[in-house]
Design a protein around this ligand. Structure first.
Ligand SMILES: [Zn+2]
Ligand SMILES: [Zn+2]
Length: 81
């Protein structure tokens, strides 16, 4: 499944479609950015762990996640763990 990160609150979900925007704890709606097309929030076969050194989020993706939309501002800086 794809991995989505809300750039407002830093929530991480895995979904095949863009998740609902309602209910962002930072107010208003979640602003979902697709971090990678194939991966998850837990380790899966064929994925590698990546951690953003700014916001601390760790996700598991088959390819390097997109840098767009770090909740700490600007872009994620992904380190392959
Ligand atoms: Zn949110
Ligand atoms: Zn980040």
């Amino acid at each position: 499944m794809a991995v989505y990160i809300c750039k407002n609150c830093g929530s991480v979900v895995e979904s095949n479609t863009t998740p609902h925007s309602a209910g962002c704890p930072k107010g208003g709606g979640h602003f979902w950015i697709k971090a990678c097309p194939k991966g998850g929030i837990t380790p899966k076969v064929g994925t590698h762990p990546y951690q953003c050194k700014k916001c601390g989020i760790t996700i598991y993706c088959s390819t390097t996640p997109t840098s767009a939309g770090c909740p700490k501002g600007g872009g994620h800086i992904w380190l392959k763990l």
